[in-house]
Ligand binder design. Structure first.
Ligand SMILES: O=C(O)CCC(=O)C(=O)O
Ligand SMILES: [Fe+2]
Length: 325
């Protein structure tokens, strides 16, 4: 079972109630590494908000190409942010767009660092009101990520602001994903799963906290400790929360990065993950929890991890580790 937790008290609760929520989060983080949460303030999870956000997929192909990364459309400026098209013949079958913090605040672009590049966005004329809705959503998710990190800090017996400074000027990614229906008859049998088929290859997230909105179509599955795949049903008003590899390392294994995958069953599927991330130059150093490890700057860790995913393949050589500069 994936635990479900009402996190409303984290935003405005009395300390005693908040402490109970902190405990539930830390338990879920250490046991399953996945939970669903309710009680987010605002209208981020309202179906109307989601519909407005997902309207980006209705843009004409030419505009998706204009926003595409250089590895998919030669001559485009952007390397890391922007559109990634469908790629056939792989376990993962999706298209979408990655948006960065310049959606909500000015970001200094270091020309040597694609992680700081501007996000290509649809124009106001093409998708009226979209930027504003996406920016509000980004801010909401940043706020939710921050309260979850504070809850973890308290639960771990650290000062509640232990993680705050790393996340100042964070480079969180808001991603919109579309998984089309796959032609099962033409599919490599290795990618069939029961009556369904693979849409997202099994992986652990690389960073800290992922906040995922589903859109009514099931498909997300989480691997339990016995290797069974457990579905996480898309329930209205809930957000799926899971944790990444670097947070697992940072917390000495008290928080688990759990493997998950996406399985299709004949319906088009959309999802909206938000990857809550620290600053590009935040130093992730041991906190005295569990096993020690070599400190790393977040940007270096992210680049190493992200360029192995299919939607970011072929760009590894375009950023040098900060340590080597
Ligand atoms: O689409 C989903 O439900 C999960 C996506 C996911 O795991 C990811 O983007 O890391
Ligand atoms: Fe994931």
């Amino acid at each position: 079972m994936i635990p479900s937790i009402d996190i409303a008290p984290l935003f405005h609760g009395a300390p005693a109630i908040r402490a109970a929520v902190d405990g539930a989060i830390l338990r879920a983080a250490g046991e399953t590494g996945f939970m669903t949460v309710t009680g987010l303030p605002g209208s981020a999870l309202a179906p109307t908000t989601r519909r407005r956000l997902l309207a980006i997929f209705s843009l004409p192909e030419a505009q998706k190409r204009a926003m595409s990364r250089r590895s998919f459309v030669a001559g485009n400026a952007n390397i890391y942010r922007g559109w990634f098209p469908l790629q056939d013949g792989h376990p993962t079958y999706k298209e979408g767009i990655d948006l960065g913090p310049d959606l909500v605040r000015p970001v200094r672009h270091d020309p040597g660092d694609p992680l700081t590049e501007p996000t290509p966005l649809p124009s106001e004329a093409d998708l009226s009101g979209w930027r504003e809705t996406a920016a509000a959503y980004y801010r909401n998710m940043e706020a939710a990520g921050a309260v979850l990190m504070r809850a973890l800090a308290r639960g771990l017996g650290l000062g509640e602001t232990a993680f705050d400074s790393a996340f100042e000027n964070g480079i969180s990614t808001l991603r919109f994903i579309r998984y089309p229906v796959r032609d099962v008859a033409a599919l490599d049998p290795a990618l069939r799963i029961g009556d369904g088929y693979m849409l997202g290859a099994p992986h652990v997230d690389s960073g800290f906290v992922t906040l995922l909105a589903q859109d009514g179509v099931a498909g997300l599955e989480v691997e339990d400790r016995s290797g069974n795949w457990i579905g996480v049903p898309p329930t209205e008003g809930t957000l799926v929360v899971n944790f990444g590899k670097l947070l697992e390392r940072w917390t000495g294994g008290r928080v688990r990065a759990t493997r998950h995958r996406v399985v299709g069953s004949g319906a088009e599927r959309f999802s909206i993950p938000f990857f809550y991330e620290p600053a590009v130059d935040a130093v992730i150093a041991p906190l005295g929890l569990g096993q020690s490890f070599a400190s790393v700057t977040y940007g270096d860790h992210l680049w190493e991890a992200t360029t192995k995913f299919i939607e970011q393949r072929g760009i590894a050589h375009l950023r040098k580790p900060r340590a080597a500069q």
